[in-house]
Design a binder for this molecule. Structure first.
Ligand code: ADP
Length: 520
């Protein structure tokens, strides 16, 4: 798993490495042209970076730049590979001229290519790596990455050599060592190769933005920083401090950096883990919501069945009651009334049991309160209302006050309330002409300091007596299409949140359902 943003960043680093190498090559050439020794030797007594090496780095940097993009034109790739081949040739020339096997080519005097053999070999290997990069085969990209990685590790020895003024290669081979700017440029090209197509080869773990990726990135970052610092700092600080002092200073700074990076990493991983748990929890909750919704749907289908079931005990109750009345009228003994009365009791209990079962089906388990932005909750609820049913043909207007603070609510439950009220409003307006239909949702902080949501419609409204009953269970004017439990559920949800739900309406003047929620 790697995010595009993160990958682009790594690719940019690779591009930056390419440019830096070309810049370094140009600076060294400038130094040669103007006799500025510091630019190609850094400090007296150190190996020199030859103009030949500088030219080769212009080749190498340009090749890295051309080969870096993920999808490039064939021409660009071929040009990159051509430059890489050029780099290999220059490396070979460097070796040949070092051992005086060839001293000149046509008019060209190869003295300026007489660099350390280490440099020549490094150019050949680096440019082979670059050439492989252009072949775009994961296995070859892996080879190029590994080669770059191993050379980077070898460079550590070279940089250590600068710190101690003792180059191991020089000691082993007796040949002159690599110059400090040269080693730096090779380190840059090495990282450039490693990162250029980092998502494809062995080191693709670096491109991951999951925990593993984070760890590797931090470790690699430190590794990239350490060798050049080891090489450069002693040169730069040498006037005031000895090499050993600079080195111990660097060691303590590095240890500190490592500890800080590890602590930061631990925090980052911790946050990620918590986030993941939260997402998991939310997913679980959504699942329970879904089950709840499914219950509600099933309930719709079951409604007629339940009505039928309740009808049976109610009809039986009526029959037994009639029988009792008749028995009383004909002067029967009160003793004989016992049997039908007991039957009435049983049937009434049966009806209430059916209702109880239905309520447990509708009631949701513990509310899951979270801090939420009410505006967002309203948007989502309206969106669900729009997408959830038949075509609405009713404009929904919003007046949401920015000053409304976040509220601690069960988001799904409050959405259910809003959806239920808006759906009722829309259904109530089906009778009136479509031009007059409109639902307005307002949110604000009321005088008592509660957050209030008003949902108004331009429908037929309701009479005073009916207003008293709308929140009672099973009150509906929709016949078989309604169950009359929506508003009753809404009221219990709002009251469980510590708020209030009420309606204001005049017949013919529309209705406004309002609910409040406490601010924490
Ligand atoms: P249902 O929608 O299943 O009937 P509710 O409890 O949601 O159950 O609504 C109860 C009744 O309240 C509805 O049948 C309807 O007659 C009335 N009602 C609800 N909202 C409005 C409204 N905006 N305008 C007029 N009457 C309404």
């Amino acid at each position: 798993m790697h995010s595009n943003h993160h990958l682009t960043f790594l690719h940019r680093l690779s591009g930056l490495a390419a440019f830096s190498v070309m810049l370094l090559g140009s600076v060294v050439l400038f130094g040669w042209a103007n006799g500025l020794t510091a630019l190609y030797q850094v400090s007296a007594g150190l190996p020199i970076m030859t103009p030949g090496a500088a030219v080769s780095f212009l080749f190498t940097g340009a090749a890295l730049f051309l080969l870096q993009p993920e999808h490039s034109s064939r021409l660009r790739r071929w040009s990159g590979q051509g430059l890489a081949l050029g780099g290999i040739v220059l490396g070979v020339v460097m070796l040949l001229s070092y051992w005086h096997l060839v001293d000149g080519l046509w008019l060209l005097d190869l003295a300026s290519f007489r660099d350390s053999p280490q440099t020549g070999v490094a150019f050949i290997l680096t440019c082979i790596g670059l050439f492989f990069l252009g072949l775009e085969r994961p296995i070859l990209i892996s080879v190029a990455q590994w080669a770059a990685f191993i050379s980077l590790m070898l460079l550590v020895t070279v940089f250590f050599g600068f710190a101690h003024q003792e180059d191991m290669f020089e000691v082993l081979t007796g040949a002159e060592g690599m110059a400090l700017p040269t080693a730096t440029a090779f380190a840059l090209v090495g990282w450039g190769i490693l990162l250029a197509k980092v998502e494809q080869g062995f080191f693709r773990i670096m491109a991951s933005d999951a925990s593993g990726g984070l760890v590797v990135q931090r470790v690699m970052f430190l590794m990239a920083l350490l060798p050049p610092l080891l090489g450069w700092l002693p040169m730069l600080l040498v006037s005031g401090l000895t090499h050993t002092q600079v080195e111990s200073l660097l060691a303590s700074v590095m240890v500190l950096a490592i500890i800080l990076i590890i602590i930061r990493l631990a925090y980052q991983l911790d946050t990620e883990e918590r986030l993941r748990e939260q997402v998991q929890q939310e997913a679980n909750q959504q699942q329970s919501e879904l089950a709840h919704m499914v219950n509600l749907n099933t309930m719709g289908e079951m409604a007629s069945g339940i009505a039928h079931e309740i009808n049976q005990p109610l009809a039986a109750v009526a029959n037994y009651a009639n029988a009792c009345l008749r028995m009383i009228q004909s002067g029967e003994e009160s003793q004989r009334l016992q049997e039908p009365l007991r039957a009435i009791q049983q049937q009434a209990l049966r009806a209430s049991e059916i209702i109880r079962r239905m309520r447990t089906l509708v009631r949701k388990q513990a509310p899951h309160k979270v801090k939420a932005c009410l505006e967002q909750v309203i948007y989502e609820a309206l969106h669900l209302t729009k997408t959830g049913g038949k075509k609405l043909n009713v404009p929904l207007l919003l007046e949401l006050d920015d000053a409304v603070p976040d509220v601690s609510i069960d988001v799904i439950q409050i959405q259910q309330v809003i959806m239920n009220i808006v759906r009722n409003a829309i259904e109530a307006m089906q009778e009136i002409i479509s031009q007059r239909r409109q639902v307005l949702v307002r949110s604000f902080v009321n005088k008592e300091g509660f957050v209030q949501v008003d949902i108004s419609d331009t429908g037929p409204g309701m009479a005073a007596e009916f207003k008293q009953q709308v929140f009672d269970a099973f009150v509906t004017t929709k016949g078989n299409n309604g169950m009359g439990i929506g508003l009753s559920l809404c009221r219990s949800i709002i009251e469980a949140h510590g708020g209030r739900l009420w309606v204001e309406s005049e017949p013919g003047q529309g209705a406004t359902f309002s609910f409040t929620l406490p601010v924490n």
